[in-house]
Design a protein around this ligand. Structure first.
Ligand code: GN1
Ligand code: MG
Length: 376
């Protein structure tokens, strides 16, 4: 997404960005602002200061078309980061683990609104850390799993009602199906073989797509707090030790199912070509990486998982992969209104990647179920 981000930087202007960043209470002078990361929703920048301590922070413009009540997002963030900080103080871990902090403005506000009405906020940068878009090996996979497990563990004793629902319908697959049906009925795109493949792919899995929502409604899966977006580049690794040290991108931490997270982490982590690959026909789900992530996850999550939770892990992996394909495909049909794109076909390509990955998961169902059975 680098071109997209550079474009944003040009539109917003470095001087404007510096002026906005300067309104946060800073310890030093700004020496650089640059587009950062590969997010599909918000605009993210890395700000560098001339100070010797904490010389970087993250400046973000929240996409208020998606997060319609950004105040609620910030309020949630304050509640769960305080909870986690307290837990870490009372029961320190034996390894480095950090939680991003919300940085306040000079007026002690957790965000600011610019003249155009854009919503800006600043978040601390996890020092000496980096993230990766694709998985390296099973050690890396175990660390990603550990990070998600640790994140779930640290919020598992915070009541889910304490956090607001900041993005209604997020990960509720039947609602994405309904939205897809609405946009497909109006869509005017050419019926290419790729579009037909996607339509048929969705059509043949529509009834099954209720699997997690049914389990939730029937009380087999409890509502818990979740991260909402634990893709692999949202896990930060210590640059010296190579160990996971933080989970970032906390906008979607809210009540939901931990299964959405497990599914999302595996669909993102076990696709060695990455979700932005052009070679969608070669996409596959790597079961060794799957085993690594689940091992790392269960090393910290065993305490709070029930027998039913294990029973739905396979469905979660398959469903969240399918769901992201469905979300990309529907957005393509709707004219690319939700996810940022580099070209008009971008969301169609992304959908094909996720559907190929879903097929690969389906063809390895027995292996994946055996992995879950063996390590639980
Ligand atoms: C979006 O913006 P980003 O990249 O953090 C999306 C996730 C998707 C992801 C796919 C709020 O996250 O659900 O899994 O793209 N976030 C939202 O890359 O819709
Ligand atoms: Mg995100």
């Amino acid at each position: 997404m680098t071109e997209n981000l550079t474009e944003n930087l040009q539109i917003l202007g470095t001087d404007n960005l510096i002026a906005i960043a300067n309104q946060f209470a800073l310890q030093g002078k700004i020496i650089d602002v640059r587009a950062f990361g590969s997010g599909n929703i918000n605009d993210t920048f890395l700000v560098t200061l001339d100070s010797s301590k904490d010389n970087n922070f993250i400046l973000q413009r929240i996409n208020t078309q998606v997060f319609r009540q950004p105040d609620m997002v910030m309020n949630n963030m304050r509640i769960f980061t305080e909870h986690i900080q307290k837990r870490l103080q009372t029961t320190p871990l034996e390894r480095r683990w950090e939680v991003p902090r919300v940085l306040l403005t000079e007026d002690a506000e957790n965000h600011l609104q610019d003249a155009e009405g854009s919503f800006w906020r600043a978040i601390s940068f996890i020092k000496d850390s980096q993230s990766f878009d694709v998985m390296h090996d099973t050690e890396h996979a175990k660390e990603i799993g550990y990070a998600l497990g640790m994140f779930h563990n640290l919020i598992s004793d915070l009541q889910s009602e304490k956090l607001a629902d900041t993005l209604e319908g997020f990960h509720i697959t039947p609602l994405y199906i309904r939205h897809y049906e609405e946009v497909a009925a109006k869509a005017s795109q050419e019926q290419s073989s790729e579009v037909n493949y996607c339509s048929q792919f969705v059509e043949s899995r529509k009834t099954w797509a209720h699997v997690l929502e049914n389990a939730k409604a029937e009380g087999r899966l409890p509502l818990r707090l979740m991260h909402g977006d634990p893709k692999i580049n949202n896990v930060m690794f210590d640059t010296a030790t190579g160990k996971a040290v933080s989970v970032i991108d906390l906008d979607t931490v809210k009540p939901g199912l931990v299964h959405y997270d497990i599914g999302d982490c595996l669909r993102s982590g076990c696709n060695p070509l990455g979700e932005e690959t052009d070679e969608w026909e070669r996409v596959h789900f790597d079961t060794d990486l799957c085993q690594g992530i689940l091992q790392g996850y269960l090393s910290v999550a065993k305490e709070f998982l029930t027998e039913n939770d294990y029973a739905y892990i396979y469905d979660a992996i398959r469903l969240i992969t399918f769901e992201l394909g469905l979300r990309f495909f529907a957005d393509y049909l709707a004219g690319n209104v939700y996810f940022k794109v580099k070209n008009p076909e971008h969301n169609l390509k992304r959908a094909l990647v996720q559907f190929k990955l879903t097929e690969s998961i389906e063809s390895q169902e027995t292996t994946i179920r055996n992995i879950i059975q063996d390590i639980k």
